[in-house]
Design a protein around this ligand. Structure first.
Ligand code: ADE
Length: 228
């Protein structure tokens, strides 16, 4: 998979794409990341990429021209058709199902908007999928783009090792819609606190029953909406 990211802040991505599983996936050639700095495409002689909103109001709106030209230039770097995605609080929610679907694509082009928004005309012309990572507002689409990349790349076959496999994750398709159970490891006593006896009993069936109960209880308490 090729992932293009268009942003005014490419430097935000370098540490994240260069760490942990996202780094390993690139090293293993399962994915390649390409960062495009939208500002490089502005024809404005002062390097401006935004302007005040028509109709008034606070904040700035990203201009059409730099973004359009950045998308066209980036897309022409490779013959693979890109699935265009705009990260915005107005988008459809990012779900595990959506991540599974995106993990099947051969190329994603993510647009991280900043400021108050993007001129609607360039959105209308690009027709991207619009995706939100949750009902809260961030200062820009960069962190959401990184969240989306992480959720997708770990699902590309061969990225996770056997022990890390995503198939049992809480929100995987086919998996039950239950939150995870608590986890414990050594030492068996820490700070005067033990671990639930069942986990050291060696009784695998009892462990499974306990974990199941914990998952149901936690889901009922914290996310009753998942049980509906
Ligand atoms: N940009 C700002 N906030 C966002 C959010 N919650 N999801 C996606 N993009 C955003």
């Amino acid at each position: 998979m090729r992932i293009d990211v268009l942003t005014l802040f490419p430097e935000m991505f370098t540490p994240v794409l260069g760490s942990s599983i996202l780094k390993r996936a690139a090293e293993a050639k399962r994915v390649e990341y390409h960062l495009t700095d939208i500002r490089q495409y502005t024809t404005n002689k002062h390097g401006k990429v935004d302007d005040r909103p028509f109709g008034g109001g606070p904040g700035m709106v990203m201009n059409c021209q730099p973004l359009w030209d950045a998308v066209m230039a980036t897309e022409s770097e490779d013959t693979r058709q890109a699935t265009r995605i705009l990260l915005t609080p107005q988008g459809e929610p990012l779900t595990q199902k959506r991540a599974e679907n995106l993990a099947q694509q051969e190329r994603l082009l993510l647009i991280a908007g900043h400021y108050e928004g993007i001129d609607q005309r360039v959105i209308d012309r690009l027709e991207p999928l619009e995706i939100s990572i949750g009902d809260y507002v961030l200062s820009g689409g960069e962190l959401p783009a990184m969240v989306l990349i992480d959720s997708v790349v770990r699902l590309i076959p061969g990225v996770l090792g056997h022990d890390e496999s995503a198939i049992h994750d809480s929100f995987s398709p086919g998996a039950e819609r239950l939150l995870d159970h608590p986890h414990y490891t050594r030492p068996q006593e820490w700070d005067g606190r033990g671990v639930p006896d069942v986990l050291t009993s060696g009784d695998h069936a009892a462990v499974e029953t306990w974990r199941r109960e914990q998952r149901e209880k936690l889901t009922q308490q914290r996310r009753p909406d998942l049980l509906e």
